[in-house]
Design a protein around this ligand. Structure first.
Ligand code: FAD
Ligand code: NAD
Length: 453
């Protein structure tokens, strides 16, 4: 098969790589993307999209199950779930989006090459595929967007009943019991979904509380809800091994049909030839500057391979910026707010600075128990919190925890990116009754002018 040449070569068609490719194509840059898997990367194929599909199915199931015990005067027959059918529905969404991403790249005149890429030198990559002879691609610029993979614990190797998130999202039958090792983003999102579907879930977390990167106030409503869903949470606990349906931990044994290991993700830098290029690394990640350039001229890196926060929308924003940079536009990474959403129940949203992170700031929260929309949805658990600068009242951070709070994340990041102050948000009319009024009320409360508390 013939060798190829292009101006821009992107390794990886995940959210970072495919967005970079589309924007580069739109800008008239001759672009090739290489991926050994289907376009869309972790996010579309085995991450964000499949997990949110499973979470939705579990929410629907649980809603019907719990309505009988509630005060609404509704009774419903007990629901049943055919997990294989649910997974087939999820696969259908993934397939539609795969086709969509391929179509968008084609429309932008981006060439997609299937296979595994490996650097030969700073301008050349070899691509091998099982079906075809390997070929070389030479490019003026190369973007490494190879993403991340689940961390495997040596004493809990993936395989059989020990699952990574990828296998957990493709199960044909509901496990009777599930031990989740790692109470972070993935463990709690998926653990909650399985618990809602009827699996007996135990979460084993090494730190003293779940989601240890968030402050306690934000995680407390999630911990309370997990308890209400009969999820056992074992903190300060380390797993040690699994055999014959028993997970051994330093705090005792847990009986479990399956074990889901979610203790973080590692950047995919091995096997790409990154070592031979001698790029400067930042721990296990590729070090980049404010335009996502690595230490080697002409080589950029974006997305999970460049470090935390490992989020799809960060990878996308970096990809877009890199395409603009290669097109010669003046750009740089100057984001003061990357929203992060943890799709637990209730959902946690964080954006910008946390309380006490910046000197001269104060934090004020407004409880959803005083929000009428939250009451009408039977979900008064949670709050909206604003972090604001005392000198000029600029809102520099917003955090919230509450049911369906993810939909407010854009309002939070727009407010911070646009430099809104307490008075701006307080004076903006927020539709009634909505949870968004919690943001307005938090700002009014900070000004000593709260109306509904
Ligand atoms: P990836 O999406 O990992 O894509 C990298 C691509 O590179 C892959 O397609 C891979 O096949 C390809 N590749 C790697 N090496 C090579 C090679 N040598 N040759 C050819 N191709 C190669 N983030 C959110 O923002 N919101 C969420 O709700 C969310 N939920 C998640 C749920 C789960 C279960 C998981 C696992 C992750 C979730 N994430 C979420 C994280 C999100 O998926 C990642 O941050 C995002 O996918 C990173 O994008 P990326 O482009 O950097 O890399
Ligand atoms: P994580 O870092 O969120 O959580 C890992 C958890 O495992 C931590 O709480 C850690 O203390 C614990 N842990 C580590 N070693 C342990 C051990 N030996 N025994 C018990 N507990 C242990 O990692 P994750 O959940 O695997 O997710 C990886 C990344 O994927 C996240 O950092 C996030 O960036 C991304 N992600 C994002 C979303 C989202 O945006 N909604 C969803 C899923 C994943």
């Amino acid at each position: 098969m013939s060798d190829l040449k292009c101006k821009l070569l992107i390794i990886g068609a995940g959210p970072g790589g495919y967005v970079c490719a589309i924007r580069a194509g739109q800008l008239g840059i001759d672009t090739i993307v290489v991926d050994e898997a289907k376009p869309g990367g972790t996010c579309l194929n085995v991450g964000c999209i499949p997990s949110k599909a499973l979470i939705h199915a579990a929410d629907e199931f649980h809603q019907i199950t719990s309505v009988n015990d509630g005060p609404l005067g509704i009774t419903a027959p007990a629901p049943k779930i055919d997990l294989a059918k649910t997974v087939a529905w999820k696969d259908g969404i993934v397939k539609r989006l795969n086709t969509g991403v391929s179509g968008l790249m084609k429309k932008a005149r981006v060439r997609f090459v299937s296979g595994r890429a490996r650097f030969l030198d700073g301008k050349t990559v070899s691509v091998s595929d099982t079906d075809v002879e390997s070929r070389e691609i030479t490019a003026e610029y190369i973007v490494i967007a190879s993403g991340s993979a689940p961390v495997e614990l040596p004493f809990l190797p993936f395989g059989g009943d020990i699952l990574s998130s990828t296998e957990a999202l493709a199960l044909g039958n509901l496990p009777e019991s599930l031990a989740v090792v790692g109470g972070g983003y993935i463990g709690l999102e998926l653990g909650t979904a399985f618990a809602k579907l009827g699996t007996k879930v135990t979460v084993v977390e090494a730190e003293s509380r779940i989601l240890p990167t968030y402050d306690k106030a934000l995680t407390a409503p999630v911990a309370k809800r997990l308890s209400a869903l009969n999820v056992t949470v074992m903190t300060d606990t380390k797993a040690q091994g699994f055999s014959d349906g028993v997970l051994a931990t330093d705090q005792g044994e847990i009986t479990a049909t399956k074990v889901l290991v979610t203790v973080g993700r590692r950047p995919r830098t091995q096997g790409i030839g990154v070592e031979e290029l001698s790029l400067t690394m930042d721990g296990p990640f590729i070090q980049i500057d404010e335009t996502c350039q690595s230490s080697m001229r002409g080589i950029y890196a974006i997305g999970d391979v460049t470090g935390e926060p490992m989020l799809a929308h960060r990878a996308m924003a970096q990809g877009e910026m890199v395409a603009e940079h290669i097109a010669g536009h003046t750009v740089e990474w100057d984001k003061c707010a990357i929203p992060a959403v943890c799709f637990t129940d209730p959902e946690i949203v964080t954006c910008g600075a946390l309380p006490d992170e910046i000197e001269g700031t104060k934090a004020t929260d407004f409880p959803l128990a005083a929000n009428s929309r939250a009451m009408t949805c039977e979900r008064e658990d949670g709050f909206v919190r604003v972090v604001w600068r005392e000198s000029d009242h600029a809102v520099v951070g917003i955090q919230a925890v509450g049911a369906q709070m993810s939909e407010l994340s854009a309002a939070f990041s727009i407010a911070i990116e646009m430099g809104a102050c307490l008075e701006d948000i307080g004076a903006s009319i927020h539709a009634h009754p909505t949870q968004s009024e919690g943001l307005q009320e938090a700002c009014l409360k900070a000004l000593g002018q709260a109306l509904h508390i």
